[in-house]
Ligand binder design. Sequence first.
Ligand SMILES: [Zn+2]
Length: 158
Amino acid sequence: MYLTVHMVSGLLIGNQIGNPWLAFLMGVISHFVLDAIPHDIRELNEWQNRDNNKKKQAIEGYFDAFFILLLTIFLLSINKLSLGQTTVSALVGVFMPDLLWIMPWVFNYKNKWLEKYENFHLTVHKLIYKKIYITAWIAIPLQLAFFLILFSIYLSIE
Ligand SMILES: [Zn+2]
């Protein structure tokens, strides 16, 4: 899923789990659970692959980062973001699985273990739906639904 969705699950975990190590672990697990749900946009992938343009893939990342920023500003404005130890641990846990496979791609860096990890990450994406990519008409509402469910749970807890 997009990091914006992972972020909300991280906030929820950080809020509910008292131990920072457990919060981190739950964050990592939640990332893979959410990633196993088919969510990758076919139309976007076709557009990016047409001329194999790295910039086109970066645009996707920028959008995600932009929504994370919006979400952070919104949460700060309603006083719903407290970055305690468990929240920070959970957030590191939810972001790390994607940052790890993006890193070699961004820095043109090759590493055997990171390549193995990238394959594992991809395998998780194929777990439920082997072809990975689904139409935007399903992928976007699906991610939005997960976002809204997790976010409303997060907002409803004190
Ligand atoms: Zn991921």
